[in-house]
Design a protein around this ligand. Structure first.
Ligand code: HXC
Length: 525
């Protein structure tokens, strides 16, 4: 018999509801008060607090709430409320995302078979609905008690990380110790953000290292945020504290589309598109010996001087990051003449190539600012495989089908001229400032080679050399030879640059480019 409308639920139904709530409360308590207290003492939020902070208020929709761990002899009698990970969907700035948040209070957030199944369930939902996946990582790695099943769980996650790569954005926050398998899933995602002082990434911990190599290292010096954002280049951004990392994710998403079929979101722009850039005239002078801050150039050109630099502390000789031009996201790749004279080396090539491919996956047009003398010479670079690494940049630019605009601000020499998205490498439009110089190499080096005989046979070699260097500069060290041959589309007034770039990207907005059939390209790695 059905209840009349408005009457209280039957006692039986009330008991069922109470039992459900009791189970839910237990799951939500995770590893219990004591372990949560310990987590907070370490300056960390709990798994659920992180989700609540990350998502728009009240938008979290949990999945797999009552999943329990897979039973085996070692796990009999072990309690793991929520199975060590909280999963579901929600919104960020009104746009849907999927999220998993590892719960270190439950078996150290270790990954067992069912824990992995909770994660792969939301990854599959994200792929089917075309939404970003955000992983909040805080895990001791493979759950020792589940043996090969936990390795298999990692395999299922890695597999999805790879097949959904470039289809939907995947973002990893590292918010605690991430050991063993726990680092490889983040490494397969698009961006890694770490919290300083409370997060670590390593394949094997300090104790194992000590026993194998006798090296003495701390967690921080082995795999802390500074190590991975300054030395290894494994992570992209570092912040102080969980909240700052989660704010960082929200900010990063403002530049990204929901998936590879969509365009990135356009935002309201309050910075006039026609704003003049007179400041550039003081900043970038024709004097090649006077370095300037490329960051200042970027700030001057983009909307409201807002630039989200990616990997700002690693391979600082190249600058990459996101900005807006008249409200539309662009990826900026720029040489940094203040560090190693802006030369390209192994790390800079890797950093730029990866960023270019990230932009291309997610339909973000690329602006390249060029001031480069060449690839860094030396045995260290050659032995390290600069040929293989530099080739990644050439490959990535050529492969990218998004709108690509290049601006040569000062020097553009040799192989680096090509590696910085020249016309022949697929740039749609190339501009140069009157201060630009395009050549095979700088005048000093060129004169030594081309005029070696004249200099050697001269009565006054120093004077002859100076004369010939000046002659070379006058003839070749300018943008007009390249412009005369069509390699540069226009030499533009510096003060009009912002407007020009906005007009040019607007012109390229609907660009389509088809490539020959292939399974996938074979980028040199
Ligand atoms: C199951 C684990 C666990 C694990 C920790 N715990 N690691 N449970 N499997 N791998 C449990 C602990 O027993 C403890 O339970 C709780 O988690 C918290 O751990 P503590 O050691 O007390 O915490 P802390 O002192 O903060 O140290 C954290 C840690 C350390 C540095 C992560 O626990 C650690 O080194 N764990 C082992 C890391 C590891 O080697 N993982 C396997 C990697 S191999 P109680 O009940 O006391 O709270 C791997 C292979 C995959 O991942 C490879 C795929 C490519």
């Amino acid at each position: 018999m059905t209840q009349p409308a408005g009457s209280p639920p039957s006692v039986e139904l009330q008991e069922l509801i109470a039992a459900m709530e009791q189970r839910r409360t237990k799951v939500e308590a995770g590893g219990g008060e004591e372990r949560q207290r310990k987590q907070r003492e370490g300056g960390k939020l709990t798994a659920r607090e992180r989700i609540a902070y990350l998502l728009d208020p009240g938008s979290f929709l949990e999945t797999s709430t009552f999943v329990q761990h897979a039973r085996n002899r070692l796990m009999d009698g072990v309690e793991a409320p929520g199975e060590g990970v909280v999963t579901g969907s929600g919104t960020i700035q009104g746009r849907q995302v999927f999220v998993f948040s590892q719960d270190f209070t439950v078996l150290g957030g270790s990954l067992g078979k069912r824990n992995a199944a909770k994660v792969t369930k939301i990854m599959d939902l994200a792929a089917r609905t075309g939404c970003p996946v955000i992983g909040l990582n805080d895990s001791a790695g493979a759950r020792i008690q589940e043996g090969v099943d936990s390795l298999s769980g990692y395999g299922e996650i890695f597999y999805r990380n790879a097949i959904y790569s470039g289809s939907v954005p995947q973002i990893s926050a590292i918010l605690g110790p991430c050991a063993g398998g726990a680092v490889y899933s983040p490494a397969l995602t698009d961006f890694i953000l770490m919290s300083r002082g409370s997060s670590y990434m390593f394949i094997t911990g300090p104790e194992v290292i000590k026993s194998v190599t006798r090296e003495d290292v701390t967690f921080d010096t082995l795999g802390g945020a500074d190590v991975h954002t300054r030395r290894s280049g494994v992570a992209h951004l570092a912040y102080d504290g969980d909240e700052a990392v989660l704010d960082g994710i929200r900010h990063l998403l403002t530049y990204l589309p929901q998936n590879a079929r969509e365009q990135p979101p356009v935002r309201e722009n309050r910075d006039p598109a026609t704003r003049r850039n007179d400041r550039l005239l003081e900043l970038v002078t024709p004097d090649q010996r006077r370095p300037y801050a490329m960051h200042d150039v970027i700030h001057e050109l983009v909307d409201s001087a807002e630039f989200l630099e990616i990997q700002p502390d690693w391979a600082k000789n190249i600058i990459v990051g996101f900005a807006h031009l008249d409200g539309r996201p662009v990826g900026v790749v720029a040489n940094n003449p203040k560090v190693m004279a802006g030369t390209l080396n192994i790390d800079a090539s890797d950093k730029a190539a990866r960023f270019i491919r990230t932009c291309d996956c997610y339909n973000i047009p690329i602006l390249t600012l060029v001031d480069v003398t060449g690839f860094l010479p030396g045995t260290q670079q050659e032995y390290g495989g600069i040929i293989r690494h530099g080739a990644k940049m050439l490959y990535a630019y050529a492969e990218a089908t998004v709108p690509k605009v290049t601006l040569i601000t000062r020097k553009s020499y040799g192989g680096a001229y090509l590696a910085m998205n020249s016309k022949d490498m697929g740039a749609d439009v190339v501009y140069a400032w009157p201060t630009a110089a395009v050549a095979v190499m700088g005048a000093e080096g060129a004169a030594n080679i081309v005029y070696r005989k004249e200099i050697r046979e001269s009565e006054n070699p120093a004077a002859t050399r100076a004369e010939l260097v000046a002659h070379y500069k006058e003839t070749f060290d300018n943008p007009y030879i390249a412009a005369a041959k069509g390699y540069i589309d226009d030499v533009i007034p510096m003060e009009d640059t912002r407007h020009r770039l906005i007009q040019t990207f607007a012109m390229l907005k609907d660009k389509q480019e088809q490539r020959p059939y292939k399974k996938h390209g074979n980028i040199p790695l």
